[in-house]
Design a protein around this ligand. Structure first.
Ligand SMILES: Cc1cc2nc3c(=O)[nH]c(=O)nc-3n(C[C@H](O)[C@H](O)[C@H](O)COP(=O)(O)O)c2cc1C
Length: 366
């Protein structure tokens, strides 16, 4: 199976299955000398962890991260950083009733036809649980970026039909949806309760903001910042759309409405009056916040009866039991931050070789 590695210099491989012995990531190409420990990574792991809120899946296990290599005396050594979580609560028995049946909205059918087998114990590689490895690697990337003055924050803008406004960013840790809008979070809670009582699920939208990125990060033409971020976000299970800045609404704007006019700031920096570009022009950061919105589909595992087929080509009915979130979005918030961090870290490192003046500085040549 190809495709488990991402990145050009800051490379991340994830490994493991949802119901195997464990899951993890290997980070290759991380600079030496960055302070990192398990406690720092664990904070992000806990935000993704199942059972973290009352609507979360009941699979309540520790997801305790272990650093197996690449860190010595609290600092990265420049060697591959191996990060692992041992699965503690597999309960494979829950999945026995779907062994031969393709779950609608899941990767089951494609996996079976492509590889000739599938891990029926909850999706294996295509399980949302794979994202814990991304979160662990993302924490390393985030720590690296923090030393360069770059920070990343994601929050929920929509759950089903309930839209949040960006009222107070401090509120995101005060409600289970990570919404910057307390009133919208209450409405979302009511809608989710009503939906899950019907055995159904909801989707939503996450906004991810990268702040402090210097101008010019991103490599035209195939490694543009926006194309690389879009790929990173789209690689998260259940993501169905990504937009930057004005996003799809730019299609109906005129050029004069959409262009972000430049002006000289007092600090001698080139600034923009608006940010319809979402902080990216020509595939390179333009100095403004990078703003992406990521649309998640409703959780595919629902307890309502659905029509499907089985591996023998027979029409069947399916009722999915087991532990499933009626909405993926809250747990995916930190996953979007992780993928943004991994991509931004890689792009920052790639940029170092863009200009002879940078290279001279590194080698101390005047
Ligand atoms: C953090 C996270 C948690 C997820 N948890 C679940 C879950 O509990 N139940 C489920 O049916 N799908 C869950 N998913 C989504 C499925 O993994 C995904 O929809 C499925 O593999 C099909 O892939 P696709 O939606 O990208 O086409 C989760 C995804 C993420 C990112």
């Amino acid at each position: 199976m190809a495709g488990s590695v991402t990145g050009n210099i800051f490379k991340v491989m994830t490994w493991g299955e949802s119901h195997g012995y464990g899951l993890g990531a290997v980070v290759d190409g991380c600079p030496a000398g960055i302070e990192i420990d398990e406690e720092y990574i664990q904070k992000d792991m806990d935000r993704r962890r199942p059972g973290g809120n009352k609507f979360g899946t009941k699979r309540n296990e520790g997801d305790k991260i272990k650093i197996l290599s690449g860190v010595f005396e609290g600092k990265t050594t420049g060697t591959p950083i191996s990060l692992a979580v041992i699965n503690e609560n597999q309960r494979s028995g829950d999945y026995g009733n779907i062994m031969e049946v393709f779950r609608p909205g899941h990767a089951d059918m494609g996996f079976y036809k492509k590889y000739g087998f599938r891990d029926y114990r909850g999706g294996g590689r295509s399980s949302g649980r794979e994202t814990l490895a991304r979160v662990a690697a993302g924490a390393v990337a985030r720590k690296f970026l923090s030393q360069l003055g770059i920070s990343i924050k994601s929050y929920t803008l929509q759950i089903g039909s309930v839209k949040a406004e960006k009222k107070n960013i401090e509120d995101i840790f005060e409600n289970q949806f990570f919404m910057p809008d307390k009133e919208a979070a209450e409405k979302a809670e009511a809608l989710l309760k009503e939906t899950s009582e019907k055995g159904d699920s909801l989707g939503g939208v996450v906004e991810c903001v990268i702040s402090g990125m210097p101008i010019g990060i991103g490599e035209p033409v195939f490694e543009k910042l926006d194309s690389s971020l879009a790929k990173a976000f789209m690689s998260i299970g259940a993501v169905k759309g990504v937009e930057f800045g004005g996003g799809f609404s730019v299609a109906e704007a005129s050029g004069s409405e959409n262009n972000d006019e430049f002006y000289m700031g007092e600090n001698g920096k080139i600034l923009k009056k608006t940010n319809n570009s979402g902080g990216i022009l020509g595939g390179m950061s333009d100095g403004a916040d990078i703003v992406a919105r990521i649309a998640f589909k409703p959780t595919p595992s629902i307890s309502q009866k659905q029509n499907t087929v089985d591996i023998h080509g027979e029409n069947r009915e399916i009722e999915i039991k087991g532990r499933h979130d009626p909405v993926i979005v809250p747990r995916a918030v930190v996953v979007t931050e992780a993928m943004a961090a991994i991509t931004a870290a890689d792009m920052m490192l790639m940029n170092l070789s863009a200009n002879i003046e940078n290279i001279k500085k590194v080698y101390g040549v005047v």
